[in-house]
Each structure stands twice: as structure tokens, then as C-alpha cells.
Design a protein around this ligand. Structure first.
Ligand SMILES: Cc1cc2nc3c(=O)[nH]c(=O)nc-3n(C[C@H](O)[C@H](O)[C@H](O)COP(=O)(O)O)c2cc1C
Ligand SMILES: Nc1ncnc2c1ncn2[C@@H]1O[C@H](COP(=O)(O)OP(=O)(O)O)[C@@H](O)[C@H]1O
Length: 316
């Protein structure tokens, strides 16, 4: 896949691109609804003998337009989004650096500079896609703005159990720890990546060493609690049980952010400093403050049992 980063204003000329079919969207999560849009563009491209392309934007418009005070958390931070779109088999991915100047483009200017100018012959977008200043351009106005130089396909709303598949719904479910319902929306389990860092070295003393994964702050973190997870580390996937939280049994004061620590089953390697991908499967329980180490250890044994049962049921 060719990765093309565009900064506004760009100076590409139409002749620099062979004709292409472009899927447009912010695509946070690259969920099943997004995948329909991207697959439709790939299908048209293949039928028409053109290149398939995706255009997305980074960072999230809300960062730039200042609607939110804190930093934005993503379902798929940009590197993750690139990886997933590449895996789908798209020919070209355009990432437009989203700035106030870019946000200020009138709908016609966006179409002229970013669609027509890039030799796009067919645009594919979801029914609710908007473009240009204040999102004034819609799938109703796109034909007018096309100047007759490209056609477009609108992909209808995808619903699951009566609810629109959307990044907002997925974010809500992640924040509530509903990891087991995520695949019906995302088409895969939720994953977060980070580096294994040093913790308090207590894990090994209680019989449950845990890899502390410093998850990048760009990811949405599931609500605190204990989860059945798979973890990719040191070249392989492993099953494990993960605690996201503040360890109230040991800490009287809540840290600034929760830790993510995974006890990996049947594993005994030093993985400090390694990249780890945590794949979230199911929430087992809430985090608790235990009266002592024995009660905690006995509960962790039960958690391990619950996670093993889950994997047995779903992956045997
Ligand atoms: C499956 C699992 C469940 C856990 N549940 C809790 C909990 O409910 N309350 C708590 O205070 N700590 C909980 N912990 C965190 C342990 O206290 C922590 O792993 C231990 O203190 C080791 O910390 P360290 O890796 O920093 O050495 C849990 C850990 C695991 C692996
Ligand atoms: N089964 C296992 N699960 C997780 N980490 C393991 C396991 N076996 C060995 N380790 C190693 O031990 C470390 C965790 O030990 P622990 O005592 O919990 O220390 P820390 O507090 O630094 O995380 C991990 O980072 C990893 O390098």
C-alpha cells in the first residue's frame, strides 16, 4: 500500500495520479460500517480497472476545532488505522493533516483540491459523510460539487441489533468494559499496544508475575476491572488474565492513571522493554480492595480459572 501524507495546501497535480476510486471518512476504529465503505471502493476499483484509495484525516477534528479540552482517545490511533487499512488490501492511503486552515475550506474547495485534483473518478462514502467548512458538504451536495468530473456511491447505514454501528457506540462500549460485544461492531476484538515496563516487583512474590503494559495514551482504555485477554509478546500470542486499575489493596492513593498488567498463562520469560499487544476479550469482574494478600491471591486464582473457561469455550 502506498501511503501519501497531505499537508494543506498540497501541490500535487492531477497527472501525478492514475485514476482512482476513493473511500472518504474519518474511520476511527475501521469498524464494520467503515469496512463496507472501503470494500465498496475496492470492488468498484477492481471492476473499473482503477486504483483503490482511502482518504482519512489526522488528528481528530475535535482536537483542532477545540471542542474538547483533553486529548482525544482513539479506537485506532493513526498507526493502528494504517495497519488495518493496509491489511484490507487498499492500494493507496491518503492521510490529510487536519489543521484549522484545512477545516476552513469551503465544500467546493475541498472537492476541487482533494478529489478532482487527485484524479478521483469515483467517491465512496457513508450516508452521513460531510465535508468542507462546518461540514456543509453532504452526500446530497456532492454531485453538484463534482462538476461532472466524478461519480459517487453512498453506502447505507449499517445496524446491528437495531443500533447504528458507529465509533461513538464502540467508544461507549469500550469505556463500559463490554469487550465481548465489540466484535459484532468492530469485526475483531479491541487491541491496544504498548511497552512492557517495570512495576513494583510484587507480582512474582505472590505467584502471579504480571507484564505491566504501558499503553499509549492515544488508546481508549477499558474501564477498570479484570479481563480475559490474549497478549502478543516475544513473537507469539498467549492467553492471560489482565487487571486494569489502581491496585487498591496496596495503594491508598489513586495513581494518575490506571496500570494494565497481564499475568500470562504457562509463560516464564523476561519481556521487559518489549512491545506487547493486548487483545481484550471479556470482562470478568470489577477491581476490588482486598483485606489482605491471601484474599487477593485466592481471587486471582479464580480469575485465572474464569479466563481459562472462557478460552476453552470459545477457542477449544
Ligand atoms: C488477574 C488479576 C486480578 C487482580 N485484581 C486486583 C484487585 O481486584 N485489586 C487489587 O488491588 N489488585 C488486583 N490485582 C493487581 C495485583 O495487586 C498486582 O498484580 C500485584 O500487586 C503485582 O503488582 P506489580 O506487577 O506492580 O508487582 C490483580 C492482578 C491480576 C493479575
Ligand atoms: N507468566 C508471566 N506473566 C507475566 N510476566 C511474566 C511471566 N513470567 C515472567 N514474567 C516476567 O516477569 C515480569 C513481571 O514480574 P513482576 O514481579 O510482576 O514484576 P513487575 O512488578 O516489574 O511487573 C514481567 O514483566 C515479565 O518480564
Amino acid at each position: 500500500m502506498e501511503l501519501i501524507k497531505l499537508n494543506h495546501p498540497h501541490s500535487y497535480k492531477k497527472e501525478e495520479f492514475s485514476p482512482q476510486v476513493m473511500a472518504l471518512g474519518y474511520f476511527d476504529g475501521v469498524h464494520l460500517g467503515h469496512q463496507e465503505v472501503i470494500k465498496e471502493a475496492m470492488k468498484i476499483a477492481s471492476d473499473e480497472g482503477m486504483k483503490s484509495a482511502v482518504m482519512t484525516f489526522d488528528p481528530h477534528p475535535s482536537v483542532v476545532l477545540g471542542r474538547r479540552v483533553q486529548h482525544v482517545e482513539y479506537i485506532t490511533p493513526i498507526e493502528e488505522k494504517i495497519r488495518i487499512i493496509q491489511k484490507m488490501g487498499v492500494d493507496r492511503l491518503y492521510i490529510v493533516h487536519f489543521t484549522p486552515q484545512f477545516a476552513n475550506l469551503l465544500p467546493q474547495e475541498f472537492i476541487d483540491d482533494y478529489i478532482i485534483q487527485l484524479n478521483v473518478r469515483h467517491v465512496v462514502a457513508g450516508f452521513d459523510y460531510t465535508y468542507g467548512k462546518m461540514g456543509k458538504g453532504t452526500m446530497e451536495t456532492i454531485q453538484f460539487h463534482s462538476r461532472g468530473l466524478f461519480v459517487h456511491t453512498v453506502v447505507p447505514k449499517l445496524s446491528v441489533e437495531g443500533e447504528k454501528v458507529s465509533s461513538t457506540l464502540i467508544r461507549k462500549q469500550l469505556r463500559e468494559g463490554r469487550m465481548d460485544s465489540i466484535p459484532t461492531l468492530l469485526g475483531r476484538h479491541y487491541t491496544t499496544s504498548g511497552i512492557v515496563v517495570h512495576g513494583d516487583k510484587r507480582g512474582r512474590t505472590i505467584g502471579f508475575p504480571t507484564a505491566n503494559v504501558e499503553v499509549s495514551e492515544e488508546f481508549i482504555l477499558p474501564v477498570t476491572g479484570v479481563y480475559a485477554v490474549q497478549i502478543y509478546v516475544a513473537g507469539n500470542w498467549h492467553q492471560g488474565v489482565c487487571n486494569v486499575g489502581y491496585k487498591p489493596t496496596f495503594n491508598s492513593e489513586q495513581a494518575a492513571k490506571p496500570t494494565v498488567e497481564v499475568h500470562i498463562f504457562d509463560f516464564n520469560q523476561d519481556v521487559y522493554g518489549k512491545v506487547a499487544i493486548v487483545e481484550w476479550h471479556k470482562k470478568i469482574r470489577d477491581e476490588q480492595k482486598f483485606p489482605g494478600i491471601d484474599a487477593l491471591v485466592s481471587q486471582i486464582n479464580q480469575d485465572k480459572h474464569s479466563a481459562l473457561q472462557y478460552f476453552e469455550k470459545h477457542y477449544a
